[in-house]
Design a protein around this ligand. Sequence first.
Ligand SMILES: NC(=O)c1ccc[n+]([C@@H]2O[C@H](COP(=O)([O-])OP(=O)(O)OC[C@H]3O[C@@H](n4cnc5c(N)ncnc54)[C@H](O)[C@@H]3O)[C@@H](O)[C@H]2O)c1
Length: 287
Amino acid sequence: MSTSLALLVLTLSYLLLLWLPPAARHSVMGNELEGKSAIITGAAQGIGAALARVFSNAGCAVTVVDRQAEVGAVAEEVSGRAFVGDVADADFVRTVVDETGATGTIDILINNAGEVWQTGPLDEWDKAVDDYDRLIGSNFRGAYLFGRAVAPLMAASGDGNIVNVSTDHVKPAPKTGWHHGHGAMDLYNAGKWALNGLTFDWAKALGPQGVRVNNICMGATDTAMLRGWLGDDPDPAYVAEWMSPEGVAQVVLELINEGPNGRTGDNIGLWAGHPTVLPTPEEGRTR
Ligand SMILES: NC(=O)c1ccc[n+]([C@@H]2O[C@H](COP(=O)([O-])OP(=O)(O)OC[C@H]3O[C@@H](n4cnc5c(N)ncnc54)[C@H](O)[C@@H]3O)[C@@H](O)[C@H]2O)c1
């Protein structure tokens, strides 16, 4: 076969893979995470549950964590292990990481747990104080605790990936002209912006130990969180643009599959109305 024909066949095969639905795509691509182990938080439903399925299908041993007991059913489905508790609870996080680490390496941590409700500067005082603890706890403190607990283990093994799940409010879609704020999400957005501090600092601190740390800054994805936020009757034209949890999970898998020389300290934008694909790294984020 001539070189140009071989190149054409390769390109067409790659395009065919992208065209396949995520589930079919990863079953074709095989068990690329065989022998690896992941902790995925917020995995009782939505993007976390999709991550558990996609990573398990790729051969990864999966530990799923959530406040909701339904995470047990997800663990059963992926032949993994479930821990029920609050990611903002330091003792709980210690238990999850100690017990998972006792059975082997922890190669991947996906800090996906998060929650949102309306908050803003005109809320009454008691609500403001309570909302801070809960929203910063779920969207930031949980990622901090899990990252700090796994980092020494990953550093010792000379390998690892930490993925923090952020939002497109931190990295808006190109040319949308959106302001980075929202107007009714001050605490949610503050928690997600704070993830930048962890991601960028950990990427530098852990790079020499072979540990990569990245943020997924994603937009509208069809989950209970988004539907709960928008109410019963979301605009069908907007719904048609939403990403699927499986599509997002597939991109996270592709990020891990970049391997030890892949990007680190990157804010990876995924946006509704755009193809759900892993973009090229921001300048200076490659290793
Ligand atoms: N769906 C979207 O459009 C969208 C957009 C941008 C970012 N995100 C982010 O994606 C992540 C996943 O969201 P989703 O859309 O799948 O939402 P979801 O509500 O369907 O799932 C979130 C899960 O996290 C769990 N959780 C929340 N706080 C927790 C805590 N303190 N301890 C343990 N478990 C906790 C919930 O019980 C739930 O199962 C979140 O971090 C969210 O902020 C979602």
